[in-house]
Design a protein around this ligand. Sequence first.
Ligand code: FAD
Length: 409
Amino acid sequence: MQTPKVVILGAGYGGLITSRQLEKTLLNGEAQVTLINKHDYHYISTQLHKTVAGTASDEKITLHIPDLLKTDKIQFKKGTVQGVNFTSKKVQLESGEFIDYDYLMIGLGFDVSTFGIPGVEENAFKIKSFRSTKAIYNHVLRQFAAYKEDLDPSRLTFAVAGAGFTGIEMIGELIEAMPKLCLKYDIPVSATRIINIEASASVLPGFNKEAIDFTESYFKKNGVELMTSTKILECSPTTITLDNGEELPSRTLIWSGGVRGNTLLEKLDLPISKGRINIDKFLRVQGMENVFCIGDAALFLKEDGTPLPPTAQVAIQQAEVCGPNLIASLRGEQLKAFEYHHKGTVASIGNKAAVGKVFGLKISGLFAALMKQVIEARYLFVLGGPGLVIKQFLKIGKPHSELAISKQK
Ligand SMILES: Cc1cc2nc3c(=O)[nH]c(=O)nc-3n(C[C@H](O)[C@H](O)[C@H](O)COP(=O)(O)OP(=O)(O)OC[C@H]3O[C@@H](n4cnc5c(N)ncnc54)[C@H](O)[C@@H]3O)c2cc1C
């Protein structure tokens, strides 16, 4: 009998932790596993807002994928997935290459939802990948440099759309970055503006009142202009049009208005709702026995019929079940139903403050910020053990490369 081929698409949270599970449990020669990812580095998506603001070095945010694979049970292949033929069981790469599989795991992550608001797709900056966030950082630097020449205030007006989880984390980093950038370019901090635009009546919809109050007063203390109950109608390269009639002169709108599944998923012949693939309780694509899907790409419905949110916490827990289920499938054993256990949510507001709830306990301020670091360290621990935690912790922030990377969609 031929050795079964397992192919994992995407080396994000879901794809990497699934790979770790396979490495731990597969017997030598039991399966031929290939992990495919667009780049040869994994980026820690939960920290991408730090790359936007330049508050963390590239080395802290990205990890070389082959270094994370501990055994030769998994082969890494750098490649961009273009399509999948589920009948002939082949993955097609942009390079024109085809990869055969017997079992497939789709972990292709998220894309940004812009809700068709005119100009947003073309002109707003999206927190989507390491490259996209690096491009925003380079744009920010260019605005500082250009301001020295033309003193155009729109260059130093940084707007963030959305005051949900990602929007708040983005604002927190901008608060920290502004004084450092002003010092670097010899510009007074008073020349900069940070604006947060949110359609709901408060920041952090769905969070507890203490978290909302803490965040709003932290913003006020740090000069953030918070515009709640305000919708963006249109965005041009130099202006943001709001539903209160205001035309905001700004060359930087960072879009944190929401996420959906990777747009590539719509091109696949699979059951899809709201941009995400419908999966069953064993994390298999509905109606398919050899194709699994997890993380932001997957739509998993809870017993009450509501979907699990697109979070790293969900992707990691799903991967911890998906790995064993893949192995059970190829061994012909019983699969385990996935159950989600919510441990809490903590949103950082820069390095020194955060808000949230962990194991039912409401937390805010410095203690919450420390808790956030513990959560990030735990992920590294699951991925690479104590060695990786220490290695990442010791990495001294090298300055960001200021080379312009063209804005990627
Ligand atoms: C700024 C920010 C902060 C966040 N903070 C938190 C938080 O604090 N807590 C939390 O739980 N969640 C948080 N999230 C959400 C979390 O990052 C995602 O839910 C998580 O990354 C999903 O994991 P995933 O494996 O599904 O996808 P991803 O981690 O996005 O991985 C997808 C992988 O697929 C690759 N890929 C995509 N397309 C292709 C292709 N065509 N071919 C080959 N490879 C491809 C990508 O390069 C990537 O490596 C945050 C997200 C953002 C953006």
